[in-house]
Design a protein around this ligand. Structure first.
Ligand SMILES: [Cu+2]
Length: 169
C-alpha cells in the first residue's frame, strides 16, 4: 500500500502526464505517458463488488533502456497483482508475476488470456460504462495513473481496438 505522501505524488504526476493525452474520435482510448513508457487502451470488465476483476492495457517502451512494471494500485480493489496465464495440462491457470518486463523499443499487450493486472477484493462493483483509476508503478518511469474504461463482462477489448492506430502529436 502506498503511503499517503506517495499517493499524493502519484496523483499530481498523473494529472501532469494526463494533460497531453490525445483522445480518439470515439473518446474510448487515451494515451498516457510516464517517462519513456506509453500507456494505451486501458480497460477492464464489469465485475461484482467483493469479487475480482482484471485490468488490461498496452505498454510501449519508447526509450532505449529496459524498464519493468512492478505493480499497480486502485482504490477500487483491496489488492492488485500482476498475473500471467500458464498452461497446466488442459487448463490455463493464472500465476502471479513479480514484474512485467518492458524491453526498449517493444510493446507489451496485457489482454484476456494473457498478461493482466488482477484486481482482488473489489470494494465497489465495476459497472459497464464507468471508469476507474489505476496507478501503475514502473521501475524507471515512476508512477502514473490511467483511467480504465469498464466494458461488458465478456468483452474481448475496447470497441475501437483493431480499428487502426493513428495518433498525431
Ligand atoms: Cu489473474
Amino acid at each position: 500500500m502506498p503511503r499517503p505522501t506517495r499517493r499524493a505524488f502519484a496523483i499530481i504526476a498523473g494529472l501532469g502526464l494526463l494533460a497531453p493525452a490525445s483522445l480518439r474520435a470515439q473518446g474510448t482510448a487515451t494515451e498516457t505517458r510516464a517517462g519513456a513508457i506509453l500507456v494505451t487502451q486501458p480497460w477492464s470488465r464489469a465485475a461484482m463488488r467483493g469479487g475480482s476483476g482484471a485490468a488490461f492495457l498496452t505498454l510501449r517502451n519508447t526509450g532505449t533502456t529496459a524498464d519493468r512494471l512492478l505493480g499497480a494500485s486502485t482504490p477500487a480493489a483491496g489488492k492488485v497483482e500482476l498475473h500471467s496465464m500458464v498452461r497446466d495440462g488442459d487448463v490455463m491457470r493464472m500465476r502471479e508475476q513479480p514484474a512485467i518486463d518492458l524491453p526498449p523499443g517493444q510493446q507489451v499487450v496485457l489482454r484476456p488470456g494473457g498478461l493482466h493486472i488482477m484486481l482482488l477484493g473489489l470494494a465497489q462493483p465495476l459497472d459497464r460504462g464507468a471508469t476507474l483509476p489505476l496507478t501503475l508503478r514502473f521501475e524507471r518511469a515512476g508512477e502514473v495513473t490511467v483511467q480504465l474504461a469498464v466494458q461488458a463482462a465478456g468483452a474481448a477489448g475496447l470497441p475501437a481496438m483493431g480499428a487502426g492506430h493513428s495518433h498525431t502529436h
